[in-house]
Design a protein around this ligand. Structure first.
Ligand code: ASP
Length: 444
């Protein structure tokens, strides 16, 4: 894609996003009835027009995710060839993921402990929220996920096809299988090696073709998705839970606009302004879809074409990141756990808050990169520190909006990891990093 057509398509996605939010909020403001629900025709419009269009866009992206993750990871590993490089890169990537997520949770916990948004919520507000959101469906959604040794055993799929077809797909299982296939391809010799490698690469290219089609729908798809949320919930709910929402958003903003630029500058050797300006399409897609998985195709393309990340590194770091590296989710979980403890009158000691940090990082690794993917895991965090998991209903109404913001940070965190790994693992045949500062060393 040429530079001008790429930025025109970014601009169209952003217009779709802003227009959808404005139109949806206006429709909500002008049609909201006394019961707090919008007019009947708004429901009809959402169910029959905007929801289906949004779904078509999401499905076009989702259908590529499993084959894309499998192919890009296997090709990435196979092209790295040398297993010691793979091990070194894997360890570095994983350490970067864990440290940045821990930093995000700590930022969130400091803010939520200083502001204490859960202490001032009037009892009638909590009762009102309970009436509005506590349904069998939400209670079910809030069921804590099991976490134990089996969680780790489950990473190894019994059947890779089954891992690919559950909903949401078992991404850790697919990643495990793809890593083994990639390593296996390096062991094949001669023609077999070439056939396997080009077959996997072709599969990846075919997915990129489908993603190209899906992205043509992106402006209207993103418009519809955001319209669905704002027309039904408006901004009213944000006001009720205003302080809590503000704490999450300020925390996400600090990680996104202070921590990540520092990492991009000092670990990635890249100018943060350029980094953000080249990744606008990724941010708009993540914000509009609330899904790291759905954004993966756009982030791989952007990393390779705009940030100069070599294909094997993008193919290795980004699929892992979409599943494991969730800065925004970790921060959101930490703030929410402490906020709900405050609302429910549970005092968390420093030791318990440390457990919250560890659990938030671990559960963010395990959360599915789909809208609301972290909710069942958040229920588990709550249960482990003595807060009733059902209390999640309090924040479910605002979750979609927070999800859009935390997913954006999740995906941007993945891109910073790709930039960092690129700087330290230069592929011999790759040209210099196009966005490197002049005179920057390329080897850290
Ligand atoms: N929606 C998030 C993502 O896809 C996961 C979550 O926090 O619910 O990255």
């Amino acid at each position: 894609m040429s530079d001008s057509s790429a930025s025109a398509s970014h601009a169209r996605i952003l217009y779709g996003l802003v227009l959808g939010a404005v139109v949806g909020s206006l429709v909500n403001a002008f049609t909201i009835g006394e019961t707090g629900t919008p007019a009947v025709w708004v429901g009809w419009l959402v169910r029959n027009i905007t929801q289906p269009i949004g779904d078509v866009f999401l499905r076009m992206l989702f259908m590529t995710v499993v084959p894309l993750v499998f192919a890009s990871l296997a090709v990435g590993v196979a092209q790295l060839g040398d297993l010691s490089q793979l091990g070194r890169m894997g360890a570095k990537t994983f350490a970067y993921f864990i440290l940045t997520m821990a930093c995000a949770v700590v930022i969130g916990l400091v803010l939520v402990n200083v502001v204490e948004p859960g202490k001032g919520l009037p009892a009638e507000t909590v009762a009102g929220l309970r009436a509005q959101f506590e349904t069998p469906a939400t209670a079910n959604k809030a069921k804590p996920a099991e976490f134990g040794i089996q969680t780790f055993v489950d990473i190894i799929p019994k059947n890779p096809l089954e891992a690919a077809t559950t909903n949401p797909p078992n991404m850790l299982g697919i990643i495990f299988f793809a890593l083994l296939i990639g390593i296996g391809v390096t062991r094949l010799s001669g023609q077999m090696h070439m056939v396997a490698l080009s077959g996997l690469a072709a599969l990846g290219e075919l997915m990129v073709f489908i993603i190209g089609l899906a992205m043509k729908l992106a402006p209207i798809g993103v418009f519809c998705l955001i319209f669905n949320t704002t027309s039904q919930f408006g901004f009213g709910l944000l006001v009720t839970l205003g302080q809590y929402v503000a704490v999450v958003l300020v925390g996400l903003a600090l990680q996104m606009f202070v921590v990540l630029p520092i990492l991009v500058r000092f670990l990635g050797g890249m100018n943060p302004w350029q980094f953000f300006s080249k990744t606008r399409a990724v941010m708009a897609t993540a914000f509009g879809t609330s899904s790291s998985n759905a954004t993966l195709p756009t982030s791989i393309r952007t990393a390779e074409q705009e940030l100069g990340v070599p294909a094997p590194i993008a193919g290795f770091v980004l699929p892992l990141g979409a599943t494991m590296n969730m800065n925004g989710t970790a921060l959101f979980e930490g703030v929410t756990a402490v906020f709900l403890a405050q609302v429910m009158g549970v005092d968390l000691t420093l030791g318990q808050q440390f457990i919250v940090v560890v659990l938030c990082v671990l559960t963010a690794v395990g959360a599915a990169g789909v809208p609301g993917g972290s909710i069942p895991l958040l229920a588990m965090v709550l249960a482990s520190v003595g807060v009733a998991p059902e209390s999640i209903f309090i924040i479910l109404g605002v979750d979609r909006i927070l999800d859009m913001c935390r997913t954006t940070l999740n995906v941007m965190g993945d891109l910073t990891a790709a930039v960092y790994i690129t700087r330290t693992e230069r592929m011999p045949e790759e040209p210099d990093h196009p966005l490197s500062e002049p005179g920057e060393p390329t080897e850290a």
